[in-house]
Write a protein that binds this ligand. Sequence first.
Ligand SMILES: [Zn+2]
Length: 135
Amino acid sequence: MAKTSKFIAVLQSKCPRCRRGKIFSGSLYGLNLQRTNETCSHCHMKFEIEPGFFYGAMYVSYAFVVAEMLNVGLLTYLITGNDKSPWLYIVSILLSVFALTPINYRYSKVLLLHFLAPKVKYKPEYDTNDKLEHI
Ligand SMILES: [Zn+2]
């Protein structure tokens, strides 16, 4: 049985320990809000490792938003060229940040769990189709 790569696990927002269970319920851009599952449906890992763990995702999300604002501002400048109206930049930056909010919410938590939580380790023995009843 092939093991799940870290890249695929991050992209599909899967559990960092087994890379099988979903971290979120609900789709990325769905009508029902996405929620963070309390535990992994496959290996039963508790996603909020310690109380307030996901507050750290705010800093990751902040970095995402700054990078998005800079890129959209630069893109707006490159596309419109001579337009000096600040409203064009304000509106395009705010619209893009608003549109990307679900992505920021999801991937700030995923990156925090996969890369910034040293206690969480990938366990290849959990990366299996078998039901993990014994854990
Ligand atoms: Zn898991």
